[in-house]
Write a protein that binds this ligand. Structure first.
Ligand SMILES: Nc1ncnc2c1ncn2[C@@H]1O[C@H](COP(=O)(O)OP(=O)(O)O)[C@@H](O)[C@H]1O
Ligand SMILES: [Mg+2]
Length: 153
């Protein structure tokens, strides 16, 4: 089952960051899955969104794309584990990053390119879909995926 959290049009990177902060505020209210799946193409705004998200969860953290490191950890309340799985080839590759160990930790996983690891997503998670790139506005839709839903972005 999917429940809408928000559906926004963002006209600047600052607005994309504000959308990320808005999701963090929503999650701070509690009773949310601790996994955020960011789905969208290159340049769609996933890292900018994560920066805004972390401005609420991990004030003072420097958020950079983890596309080479695969995961960056930011200390906060709660901690945020920022993945970019663009370079992940298969499940063995994903396993070797420690991806599955993060499910047992108390922080929140925010994962860029989550649509490429649909097989590894938890049963319940928050899905954020991005459309648009370049100078165009971004359409950003956040929803809560609960339970038995097929996890395809
Ligand atoms: N709503 C927006 N309108 C215009 N540019 C944006 C918007 N959101 C983000 N950007 C810009 O798009 C570029 C790519 O953003 P980034 O977050 O790195 O994308 P991704 O992580 O999805 O590849 C950055 O220069 C960012 O500042
Ligand atoms: Mg990125």
């Amino acid at each position: 089952m999917a429940e809408s959290i928000f559906d926004l049009k963002c006209f600047s990177a600052t607005e994309t960051e504000a959308a990320g902060a808005r999701l963090a505020d929503f999650m701070k209210q509690g009773n949310c899955p601790r996994f955020v799946a960011l789905c969208g193409g290159l340049g769609a705004g996933k890292t900018a969104f994560t920066r805004g998200f972390c401005s609420v969860m991990c004030p003072g953290a420097t958020v950079r794309s983890p596309s080479f490191a695969i995961v960056n950890e930011y200390r906060g309340d709660p901690d945020v584990y920022h993945f970019d799985v663009w370079r992940i080839k298969d499940d063995d590759d994903l396993y070797s990053t420690g991806f599955y160990d993060y499910a047992d930790r108390k922080g929140i996983v925010v994962c860029e390119w989550a649509d490429s690891i649909a097989y590894a997503l938890p049963e319940s998670y928050i899905k954020v879909k991005f459309d648009g790139n370049g100078d165009d506005p971004r359409h950003i839709v956040a929803e809560l995926i609960k339970g038995d839903e097929v996890t395809v972005c």
